[in-house]
Design a protein. Sequence first.
Length: 136
Amino acid sequence: MKKALILVIAALVVPSAALAAKPPQAGKSAPTVMYVLKGKLSAYTAYDASTKTNGSITITVSSSNHHGKELKGQSLTFAVTADTAVVLHNGAPIANGDRGIVKIRAAKRIAADGFAKTLPQSSAKQVIDLGAKVSH
């Protein structure tokens, strides 16, 4: 009888100890943010689905959201992939000198002197062509 009681107690203790243990913590990856760059677009080539070749877009940054404020005045080129959403202005192709927006998701913490090198390694998430500047 004593052996049965000891076995019952041991059977109850083992699962409760396993439940009390904390589950392993998932690793934390570096936080990412959306960089929204506004400026003049040039050298646009579309993604080629038949050969699965990436295209590219160059933007000369005139302004940006808070995360990319150090990029003002710089010219950056980004890959245009199958996942890049491209919005054309009135259905017309993107022409050199068109105003536009390029959105990129990249690491939140990039050293100030590393923006021009690090950011273009990311592909564009969205390219928005706003057309040529309208003069009044």
